[in-house]
Design a protein around this ligand. Structure first.
Ligand SMILES: Cc1cc2nc3c(=O)[nH]c(=O)nc-3n(C[C@H](O)[C@H](O)[C@H](O)COP(=O)(O)O)c2cc1C
Length: 286
Protein backbone atom coordinates (compact mmCIF):
# COMPACT_ATOMS: atom_id res chain seq x y z
CA UNK A 1 0.00 0.00 0.00
CA UNK A 2 1.31 3.47 -0.85
CA UNK A 3 1.80 5.88 1.99
CA UNK A 4 -1.25 8.07 2.62
CA UNK A 5 -0.55 11.80 2.50
CA UNK A 6 -3.43 14.06 3.52
CA UNK A 7 -3.95 16.78 0.97
CA UNK A 8 -6.64 19.26 2.06
CA UNK A 9 -7.51 22.11 -0.30
CA UNK A 10 -5.31 25.12 0.41
CA UNK A 11 -7.64 27.81 1.75
CA UNK A 12 -5.01 30.09 3.29
CA UNK A 13 -5.99 32.88 0.93
CA UNK A 14 -9.65 32.81 2.04
CA UNK A 15 -10.59 35.48 4.54
CA UNK A 16 -13.92 34.97 6.26
CA UNK A 17 -16.03 37.93 7.37
CA UNK A 18 -16.46 38.34 11.14
CA UNK A 19 -20.03 37.15 10.82
CA UNK A 20 -18.98 33.92 9.13
CA UNK A 21 -16.26 33.54 11.74
CA UNK A 22 -18.91 33.75 14.45
CA UNK A 23 -20.76 30.98 12.63
CA UNK A 24 -17.73 28.77 13.14
CA UNK A 25 -18.52 28.40 16.80
CA UNK A 26 -22.09 27.31 16.15
CA UNK A 27 -20.98 24.82 13.53
CA UNK A 28 -18.25 23.53 15.86
CA UNK A 29 -20.84 22.92 18.55
CA UNK A 30 -23.03 21.05 16.10
CA UNK A 31 -20.08 18.98 14.89
CA UNK A 32 -19.66 17.92 18.51
CA UNK A 33 -23.37 17.14 18.91
CA UNK A 34 -23.40 15.01 15.76
CA UNK A 35 -20.25 13.20 16.89
CA UNK A 36 -21.78 12.56 20.35
CA UNK A 37 -25.00 11.14 18.90
CA UNK A 38 -22.92 8.81 16.72
CA UNK A 39 -20.78 7.67 19.63
CA UNK A 40 -23.81 7.04 21.85
CA UNK A 41 -25.47 4.99 19.09
CA UNK A 42 -22.36 2.82 19.01
CA UNK A 43 -22.72 2.22 22.75
CA UNK A 44 -20.18 4.72 24.08
CA UNK A 45 -20.75 6.36 27.45
CA UNK A 46 -19.04 9.01 29.53
CA UNK A 47 -15.94 7.95 31.46
CA UNK A 48 -13.26 10.00 33.14
CA UNK A 49 -10.56 8.54 30.91
CA UNK A 50 -10.77 7.29 27.37
CA UNK A 51 -11.06 3.52 27.22
CA UNK A 52 -11.82 2.06 23.79
CA UNK A 53 -12.49 -1.44 25.20
CA UNK A 54 -15.09 -0.15 27.64
CA UNK A 55 -16.32 2.35 25.04
CA UNK A 56 -15.86 5.24 27.42
CA UNK A 57 -14.71 8.79 26.68
CA UNK A 58 -14.45 11.98 28.74
CA UNK A 59 -15.72 14.02 25.77
CA UNK A 60 -19.34 12.90 25.97
CA UNK A 61 -20.26 16.18 27.66
CA UNK A 62 -21.92 19.37 26.36
CA UNK A 63 -19.70 21.38 24.01
CA UNK A 64 -19.47 24.22 26.55
CA UNK A 65 -17.87 21.85 29.07
CA UNK A 66 -15.14 20.61 26.72
CA UNK A 67 -11.61 21.90 27.28
CA UNK A 68 -10.52 24.52 24.72
CA UNK A 69 -8.06 22.07 23.16
CA UNK A 70 -10.94 19.71 22.28
CA UNK A 71 -13.17 22.54 21.08
CA UNK A 72 -10.33 23.55 18.75
CA UNK A 73 -10.64 20.24 16.86
CA UNK A 74 -14.30 21.00 16.15
CA UNK A 75 -13.51 24.65 15.35
CA UNK A 76 -10.87 23.58 12.83
CA UNK A 77 -13.36 21.30 11.09
CA UNK A 78 -15.93 24.10 10.97
CA UNK A 79 -13.43 26.69 9.81
CA UNK A 80 -11.97 24.47 7.10
CA UNK A 81 -15.45 23.65 5.81
CA UNK A 82 -16.58 27.28 5.70
CA UNK A 83 -13.37 28.32 3.97
CA UNK A 84 -13.69 25.55 1.42
CA UNK A 85 -17.26 26.59 0.58
CA UNK A 86 -16.08 30.18 0.01
CA UNK A 87 -13.05 28.99 -1.97
CA UNK A 88 -15.36 26.99 -4.21
CA UNK A 89 -17.09 30.23 -5.10
CA UNK A 90 -20.20 30.13 -2.94
CA UNK A 91 -21.55 33.03 -0.91
CA UNK A 92 -23.00 32.40 2.52
CA UNK A 93 -25.36 34.89 4.09
CA UNK A 94 -28.53 34.84 6.20
CA UNK A 95 -31.64 34.03 4.13
CA UNK A 96 -33.41 37.19 5.28
CA UNK A 97 -30.42 39.34 4.50
CA UNK A 98 -30.89 41.17 1.24
CA UNK A 99 -28.36 43.90 1.73
CA UNK A 100 -24.92 42.69 0.76
CA UNK A 101 -21.92 44.94 0.61
CA UNK A 102 -22.19 45.00 -3.17
CA UNK A 103 -25.87 45.94 -3.07
CA UNK A 104 -25.13 48.60 -0.47
CA UNK A 105 -22.43 50.16 -2.61
CA UNK A 106 -24.76 50.08 -5.58
CA UNK A 107 -27.51 51.81 -3.57
CA UNK A 108 -25.04 54.40 -2.33
CA UNK A 109 -24.39 55.50 -5.88
CA UNK A 110 -28.03 56.52 -6.22
CA UNK A 111 -28.65 57.83 -2.76
CA UNK A 112 -25.82 59.53 -0.93
CA UNK A 113 -27.95 60.03 2.17
CA UNK A 114 -27.96 56.29 2.71
CA UNK A 115 -24.34 55.91 3.62
CA UNK A 116 -21.73 57.84 5.45
CA UNK A 117 -19.19 57.58 2.74
CA UNK A 118 -15.73 57.11 4.05
CA UNK A 119 -16.44 54.07 6.23
CA UNK A 120 -14.01 51.40 5.13
CA UNK A 121 -13.27 47.83 6.16
CA UNK A 122 -12.22 47.60 9.83
CA UNK A 123 -13.34 51.14 10.59
CA UNK A 124 -16.27 50.08 12.71
CA UNK A 125 -17.49 47.00 14.56
CA UNK A 126 -20.83 46.69 16.33
CA UNK A 127 -20.74 44.31 19.29
CA UNK A 128 -24.26 43.57 20.39
CA UNK A 129 -26.58 41.25 22.22
CA UNK A 130 -30.23 40.98 21.32
CA UNK A 131 -32.89 38.75 22.80
CA UNK A 132 -36.01 40.00 21.06
CA UNK A 133 -34.52 41.54 17.93
CA UNK A 134 -34.62 45.32 18.49
CA UNK A 135 -30.93 45.78 19.22
CA UNK A 136 -30.15 43.48 16.31
CA UNK A 137 -32.30 45.62 13.99
CA UNK A 138 -30.32 48.68 15.11
CA UNK A 139 -27.03 46.83 14.53
CA UNK A 140 -28.16 45.82 11.05
CA UNK A 141 -29.26 49.37 10.27
CA UNK A 142 -25.73 50.51 11.10
CA UNK A 143 -24.25 47.82 8.91
CA UNK A 144 -26.51 48.76 6.04
CA UNK A 145 -25.32 52.36 6.26
CA UNK A 146 -21.63 51.79 6.84
CA UNK A 147 -20.67 48.19 6.11
CA UNK A 148 -19.65 47.81 9.77
CA UNK A 149 -18.83 44.31 10.93
CA UNK A 150 -21.39 42.84 13.33
CA UNK A 151 -20.22 40.81 16.28
CA UNK A 152 -23.17 39.14 17.98
CA UNK A 153 -22.80 37.97 21.56
CA UNK A 154 -24.20 34.48 21.83
CA UNK A 155 -24.80 33.24 25.39
CA UNK A 156 -24.98 29.59 26.29
CA UNK A 157 -28.11 30.15 28.38
CA UNK A 158 -31.08 32.45 27.86
CA UNK A 159 -34.56 32.80 29.44
CA UNK A 160 -37.57 31.22 27.75
CA UNK A 161 -38.55 33.30 24.71
CA UNK A 162 -42.27 33.64 25.42
CA UNK A 163 -44.65 34.45 28.25
CA UNK A 164 -44.09 35.81 31.70
CA UNK A 165 -41.02 33.61 32.20
CA UNK A 166 -39.06 35.72 29.74
CA UNK A 167 -39.17 38.78 32.01
CA UNK A 168 -39.11 36.80 35.22
CA UNK A 169 -36.06 34.67 34.47
CA UNK A 170 -34.32 37.41 32.50
CA UNK A 171 -34.87 39.96 35.27
CA UNK A 172 -33.90 37.46 37.94
CA UNK A 173 -30.66 36.67 36.11
CA UNK A 174 -29.68 40.35 36.31
CA UNK A 175 -30.81 40.94 39.89
CA UNK A 176 -29.10 37.80 41.19
CA UNK A 177 -26.05 38.53 39.00
CA UNK A 178 -26.34 35.10 37.40
CA UNK A 179 -23.53 34.41 34.99
CA UNK A 180 -23.56 32.90 31.58
CA UNK A 181 -20.81 32.06 29.18
CA UNK A 182 -20.73 33.50 25.70
CA UNK A 183 -19.42 31.76 22.65
CA UNK A 184 -15.90 32.63 21.75
CA UNK A 185 -15.55 35.88 19.77
CA UNK A 186 -13.84 35.07 16.53
CA UNK A 187 -12.69 38.61 15.74
CA UNK A 188 -10.14 40.86 17.38
CA UNK A 189 -11.86 44.11 18.31
CA UNK A 190 -8.47 45.79 18.55
CA UNK A 191 -8.36 45.68 14.74
CA UNK A 192 -11.09 48.34 14.47
CA UNK A 193 -10.86 52.11 14.71
CA UNK A 194 -14.14 52.43 16.58
CA UNK A 195 -16.47 49.98 18.30
CA UNK A 196 -20.16 50.39 19.05
CA UNK A 197 -21.40 48.30 21.99
CA UNK A 198 -25.18 47.90 21.85
CA UNK A 199 -27.18 46.23 24.57
CA UNK A 200 -30.80 45.77 25.63
CA UNK A 201 -31.66 46.94 29.14
CA UNK A 202 -32.74 44.18 31.48
CA UNK A 203 -34.00 44.96 34.98
CA UNK A 204 -32.43 48.39 34.61
CA UNK A 205 -29.00 47.02 33.75
CA UNK A 206 -27.13 44.75 31.34
CA UNK A 207 -28.15 41.18 30.41
CA UNK A 208 -25.74 38.42 31.51
CA UNK A 209 -24.41 38.02 27.95
CA UNK A 210 -23.15 41.61 27.98
CA UNK A 211 -21.72 41.16 31.47
CA UNK A 212 -19.85 38.12 30.16
CA UNK A 213 -18.47 40.25 27.34
CA UNK A 214 -17.32 42.93 29.78
CA UNK A 215 -15.76 40.43 32.16
CA UNK A 216 -12.74 39.86 29.94
CA UNK A 217 -10.70 42.69 28.54
CA UNK A 218 -11.46 42.40 24.83
CA UNK A 219 -10.02 45.68 23.60
CA UNK A 220 -7.91 48.59 24.73
CA UNK A 221 -7.46 52.19 23.77
CA UNK A 222 -10.45 52.16 21.39
CA UNK A 223 -13.09 54.79 20.69
CA UNK A 224 -16.27 53.23 22.06
CA UNK A 225 -19.87 54.33 21.46
CA UNK A 226 -22.60 52.81 23.62
CA UNK A 227 -26.21 52.20 22.66
CA UNK A 228 -28.74 51.02 25.26
CA UNK A 229 -32.08 49.78 23.91
CA UNK A 230 -34.92 49.69 26.43
CA UNK A 231 -38.68 49.82 26.70
CA UNK A 232 -38.57 52.98 28.78
CA UNK A 233 -35.58 54.86 27.38
CA UNK A 234 -33.94 54.62 30.79
CA UNK A 235 -30.67 52.85 30.26
CA UNK A 236 -28.32 54.92 32.40
CA UNK A 237 -27.34 52.07 34.68
CA UNK A 238 -26.63 49.75 31.76
CA UNK A 239 -24.57 52.50 30.15
CA UNK A 240 -22.65 52.96 33.39
CA UNK A 241 -21.97 49.22 33.62
CA UNK A 242 -20.68 49.09 30.06
CA UNK A 243 -18.52 52.20 30.58
CA UNK A 244 -17.00 50.71 33.74
CA UNK A 245 -16.47 47.35 32.08
CA UNK A 246 -14.58 48.95 29.21
CA UNK A 247 -12.03 50.86 31.25
CA UNK A 248 -8.90 51.50 29.24
CA UNK A 249 -10.95 52.65 26.25
CA UNK A 250 -12.41 56.06 25.41
CA UNK A 251 -16.18 56.24 25.89
CA UNK A 252 -17.04 58.80 23.22
CA UNK A 253 -20.82 58.86 23.63
CA UNK A 254 -23.75 56.89 24.98
CA UNK A 255 -27.25 56.81 23.59
CA UNK A 256 -30.56 55.66 25.00
CA UNK A 257 -32.99 54.24 22.46
CA UNK A 258 -36.57 53.75 23.68
CA UNK A 259 -38.40 50.92 21.92
CA UNK A 260 -36.34 51.25 18.74
CA UNK A 261 -38.46 48.67 16.95
CA UNK A 262 -41.60 50.76 17.49
CA UNK A 263 -40.14 54.02 16.23
CA UNK A 264 -37.87 53.17 13.30
CA UNK A 265 -37.84 56.67 11.77
CA UNK A 266 -36.78 58.33 15.01
CA UNK A 267 -34.22 55.59 15.62
CA UNK A 268 -32.78 56.09 12.16
CA UNK A 269 -32.34 59.81 12.78
CA UNK A 270 -30.49 59.17 16.01
CA UNK A 271 -28.30 56.55 14.35
CA UNK A 272 -27.53 58.92 11.47
CA UNK A 273 -26.34 61.48 14.02
CA UNK A 274 -24.20 58.90 15.78
CA UNK A 275 -22.58 57.76 12.53
CA UNK A 276 -21.81 61.34 11.60
CA UNK A 277 -20.10 61.78 15.00
CA UNK A 278 -18.10 58.61 14.53
CA UNK A 279 -17.00 59.72 11.11
CA UNK A 280 -16.05 63.21 12.28
CA UNK A 281 -14.22 62.19 15.44
CA UNK A 282 -12.92 58.62 15.35
CA UNK A 283 -12.35 58.24 11.62
CA UNK A 284 -10.94 61.67 10.95
CA UNK A 285 -7.86 61.14 13.13
CA UNK A 286 -5.11 58.94 11.81
C1 LIG B 1 -35.77 40.17 30.73
C2 LIG B 1 -36.12 41.54 30.29
C3 LIG B 1 -36.01 42.60 31.17
C4 LIG B 1 -36.28 43.91 30.74
N1 LIG B 1 -36.12 44.93 31.63
C5 LIG B 1 -36.33 46.22 31.21
C6 LIG B 1 -36.12 47.32 32.11
O1 LIG B 1 -35.75 47.16 33.27
N2 LIG B 1 -36.35 48.57 31.64
C7 LIG B 1 -36.78 48.82 30.36
O2 LIG B 1 -36.96 49.99 30.01
N3 LIG B 1 -36.97 47.80 29.49
C8 LIG B 1 -36.76 46.50 29.88
N4 LIG B 1 -36.95 45.45 29.00
C9 LIG B 1 -37.31 45.75 27.61
C10 LIG B 1 -36.10 45.72 26.69
O3 LIG B 1 -35.02 46.46 27.22
C11 LIG B 1 -36.44 46.33 25.33
O4 LIG B 1 -37.57 45.70 24.80
C12 LIG B 1 -35.25 46.20 24.36
O5 LIG B 1 -35.48 47.01 23.23
C13 LIG B 1 -35.07 44.76 23.93
O6 LIG B 1 -33.94 44.61 23.10
P1 LIG B 1 -33.80 43.29 22.18
O7 LIG B 1 -35.08 43.26 21.34
O8 LIG B 1 -32.61 43.53 21.35
O9 LIG B 1 -33.68 42.11 23.07
C14 LIG B 1 -36.70 44.16 29.42
C15 LIG B 1 -36.83 43.07 28.54
C16 LIG B 1 -36.55 41.78 28.95
C17 LIG B 1 -36.70 40.64 27.99
Amino acid sequence: MTEYRPNPVDTDDVELTPELLQLTEQIAENVHEVWAVGRMKEGWTYGQVKDADKKQTPWLVPYGDLPESEKDYDRNTALATLKLIVKLGYEIRPAAERVTRAARDEAAKDDQSKTYGEFKAKDLAVVYYSFEGSTEAVAKMIREKTGADLVKLMPETEPPRTGFGKFFYGGKSVILKERTRIRKLMVDLNDYKAVIVASPVWAGSCPPAVEAFLERRRMEDKDVYIIACSGSGKGEKAIRRISEGLKGNRIMSAMNLASPAKSPAETEQLINGLLRDIKDTSLSKD
